[in-house]
Write a protein that binds this ligand. Structure first.
Ligand SMILES: [Mg+2]
Length: 357
C-alpha cells in the first residue's frame, strides 16, 4: 500500500517575518517588492492571512496590494505592513525544517522552498501516517515557531489536494477508496498540469468540474490534450503513479529584477544581465556548487506575459562571463521578432541556472 504525504509551510515568508518582528504581530503583512507609496513595481511574494482578507495575493503587482491596503485603511481597518524579501533567511529556515522532516521520514522530495512530498508507505497504515504527521507539525511548531499544513493520500495528487482542503495549520487525510468521489465536485484547476489555458479549453466545451471531464474517454482526452491526456484520464479518477524521490538538493539558483520603467533599451538590459549573471554565480558558490549545465532566461513583458528560453551545455560551466554571454544570446530573441513580434517593452528579466553540480 502506498501512503504519500504533502507538507506545506503556511504563508511561509510572511510567517517567518511575523515570528521575527514582534511589531508585525496581528497585523496584515505583505512580503514583496517596495510599494513606494503605490508607485512601486514588482510583485507580492507572500501575504499573511490577515492581508489575504483584503484581497492581497501572491504574485499580484505590489501597487495593487498597496491600493487594497489603502481601501482597507479608509474603512478604518489597519493598513498592511510591507516588508522586503529576505531570501537568505527563508532558505536557512527551510533547510532546518527539511532536516527535521528527514530525521523521521527516510524518503522526502522537496519541491519548493516551503513544500515537500513524503513517502509514508513504510508506516503501513493511515493511522500511523496521521500520528507521524501530527508529531511533525508539533516539532516544527516547537523548534521553528511556524505552522504547517499536511495532506495525506494514496498518491502525490491526492496528498496535495488534501493539503489544499484545510489551511492553515491543517491535517487532512484522503483514503484511496474516497479519492475519486472527493475529486468529482472540484474545479478542474485542482489537477496539476491544468493551468488557465487548459481550463479555458475545457470550459469552451462546457466542462468546469472534474466530473464533467470524466465523461471523456481516454482517446477523447488525448485528442484534446495530446499525449498527456492518458495521464490526465487517470488523474481525473484520483490515480497517480508518480513516485516520491529522494530529492533534497537545491535544483536551481536564480536572480531576477523588475525594472523601474519598462524598456527595450538593449544597452541597459545588457548591463542588468551582467549584474544578474554575477549575482547568480556568487549565490551558486555560496550554496556549495561549482557548476551548472543549463542557463534559463526569463522575460516578462509590460502586459505580464512571461516567457523563458534556455540553453543546455554539453560541458559543466562555472564562469559568470559565460553565463552572461549566454544570457545575452538568449535575450536577442526577445529584442527581435522571434519571441516578441509585437515589440512589447520589457518589465522584468531573470537568469536561472539548473543541473547544478
Ligand atoms: Mg506554503
Amino acid at each position: 500500500m502506498r501512503i504519500i504525504g504533502h507538507i506545506d509551510m503556511d504563508a511561509f515568508f510572511a510567517s517567518v517575518e511575523e515570528r521575527d518582528n514582534s511589531r508585525f504581530k496581528g497585523r496584515p503583512l505583505v512580503v514583496g517588492a517596495d510599494p513606494k507609496g503605490g508607485k512601486g513595481r514588482g510583485v507580492v511574494s507572500t501575504a499573511n492571512y490577515k492581508a489575504r482578507e483584503y484581497g492581497i495575493r501572491s504574485a499580484m503587482p505590489i501597487s495593487e496590494a498597496w491600493r487594497l491596503s489603502e481601501v482597507a485603511r479608509k474603512k478604518g481597518m489597519p493598513p498592511a505592513i510591507f516588508c522586503e524579501v529576505n531570501g537568505k533567511k527563508y532558505s536557512e529556515v527551510s533547510r532546518r525544517i527539511m532536516k527535521l522532516i528527514a530525521q523521521v521520514i527516510p524518503i522526502v522530495e522537496q519541491t519548493s522552498i516551503d513544500e515537500a512530498y513524503l513517502d509514508l508507505s513504510f508506516l503501513g497504515s493511515y493511522e500511523e501516517a496521521q500520528k507521524i504527521a501530527e508529531q511533525l507539525k508539533v516539532t516544527i511548531k516547537k523548534v521553528e515557531r511556524l505552522t504547517t499544513t499536511v495532506g495525506i493520500g494514496p498518491n502525490r495528487l491526492m496528498a496535495k489536494i488534501a493539503t489544499e482542503m484545510q489551511k492553515p495549520d491543517g491535517l487532512t487525510i484522503i483514503r484511496e477508496e474516497e479519492a475519486e468521489k472527493i475529486l468529482e465536485p472540484l474545479s478542474l484547476r485542482v489537477i496539476p498540469g491544468i493551468g488557465p489555458k487548459t481550463q479555458t479549453m475545457f470550459a469552451r466545451q462546457g466542462m468546469r468540474l472534474v466530473k464533467d471531464a470524466k465523461n471523456l474517454t481516454q482517446e477523447g482526452l488525448k485528442d484534446l490534450c495530446g499525449k498527456w491526456g492518458e495521464d490526465l484520464y487517470e488523474k481525473l479518477r484520483g490515480r497517480d503513479y508518480s513516485p516520491v524521490g529522494i530529492e533534497m538538493e537545491i535544483k536551481s539558483v536564480g536572480e531576477q529584477e523588475t525594472f523601474a520603467i519598462d524598456t527595450m533599451n538593449p544597452a541597459f538590459i545588457a548591463e542588468r544581465l551582467q549584474v544578474l549573471s554575477q549575482a547568480v554565480v556568487m549565490r551558486l558558490k555560496r550554496e556549495g556548487f561549482e557548476n551548472f549545465r543549463r542557463a534559463v532566461l526569463t522575460v516578462r513583458f509590460r502586459d505580464f506575459q512571461t516567457k523563458t528560453r534556455s540553453r543546455t551545455f554539453s560541458e559543466p560551466i562555472s564562469s559568470g562571463e559565460t553565463l552572461n554571454f549566454e544570457a545575452m544570446r538568449l535575450l536577442m530573441a526577445f529584442l527581435d521578432g522571434r519571441e516578441n513580434p509585437q515589440k512589447k517593452t520589457i518589465r522584468l528579466v531573470g537568469i536561472r541556472v539548473e543541473e547544478l553540480s
